[in-house]
Design a protein around this ligand. Structure first.
Ligand code: ITT
Length: 191
């Protein structure tokens, strides 16, 4: 069985990938603690490529990474690629967003995930991107998920990501949709 490294240190993402990749016949490994990847790209794509290629080169195995974030229209797309660096923890990041949107009527936003898979020699072999549209609500709702989930109300269900069970979030989320697009290629590589 071929090995696949999850190039992420975000526990919330890791839990989602473990479920999303269940049908792919690979041995899933977490990013070794010793590997630190500096996310200094200027786009989601650049950062996703950097994470996947550095982890694949250092582990000499396949690696999958995503760079993701939330883009808020009234904040001109912020926090965007800085979503994980917007404050020191999830609670403070949510507080900052709600404060910046205080009194703002336009609450529209989208999550985006850019996924990259690299071969054991560090070459990019698969890329995928997807978005999920919704609105930033005034008061957080729900207990599941991670990050900005409690303040992001998905457009069609009117549920926040934190109110959804895992299966529902996977169906409509940026990460779930981006990964679904490349599942056929992953099956060809690993199964
Ligand atoms: P890795 O780079 O180690 O994977 P990270 O958290 O730094 O972890 P990113 O740079 O891609 O990952 O930042 C993504 C941030 O965007 C993440 O920390 C959350 O704050 C937010 N985010 C992304 N997807 C999310 C989701 O499904 N639900 C809630 N917040 C999400």
């Amino acid at each position: 069985m071929k090995k696949l490294y999850l190039a992420s240190k975000n526990q919330g993402k890791i839990e989602e990938y473990k479920k999303l990749l269940l049908g792919v016949n690979c041995q899933l490994f977490l990013q070794p603690k010793s590997i630190e990847v500096e996310e200094n790209g200027s786009t989601f794509r650049e950062n996703a490529i950097k994470k996947a290629s550095e982890v694949s080169k250092k582990t000499r195995n396949y690696a999958i990474a995503d760079d993701s974030g939330i883009c808020i229209d009234a904040l001109n797309g912020k926090p965007g690629i800085y979503s994980s660096r917007y404050a020191e923890n999830d609670k403070k990041r949510i507080e900052r967003v709600l404060m910046e949107l205080d009194g703002e009527e336009n609450r529209s936003a989208f999550f985006i995930a850019n996924i990259c898979v690299c071969s054991p020699d560090g070459e990019v072999i698969l890329e995928s991107e997807a978005k999920c549209f919704g609105n930033i609500i005034q008061n957080p709702r729900g207990k599941s998920g991670f990050g900005y989930d409690p303040i992001f109300e998905e457009l069609s269900s009117k549920l926040t990501f934190a109110e959804m069970n895992n299966n529902l979030k996977d169906l409509c989320s940026h990460r779930g949709k981006a990964l679904k697009k490349i599942i056929p290629q992953l099956l060809t590589i690993f199964n």
